[in-house]
Design a protein around this ligand. Structure first.
Ligand SMILES: [Zn+2]
Length: 72
């Protein structure tokens, strides 16, 4: 099983969520960890997912509650 790591530089924590930027709609979508890497997507650990901030004028959509992955 491949361990996915946070894409933030110098982080190295296990990733639990995937952030995808939708440039057309100016949305930053945070969802469950994706099984494959896609363009404009970034894997994030709980800490960085929690601190997620989108560029000004962008909407942040969260599909997961960070920290609840133990219940799955
Ligand atoms: Zn991180």
């Amino acid at each position: 099983m491949t361990v996915r790591l946070c894409s933030k530089v110098a982080c190295g924590q296990d990733a639990v969520a995937t952030l995808t930027y939708d440039y057309a709609d100016a949305m930053a979508v945070l969802g469950p960890l994706s099984y494959r890497s896609e363009p404009h997507s970034y894997d994030l650990c709980p800490r960085h997912a929690e601190r997620l901030s989108a560029p000004q004028g962008w909407q942040v959509v969260r599909h997961v509650v960070v920290g609840s992955q133990e219940a799955v």
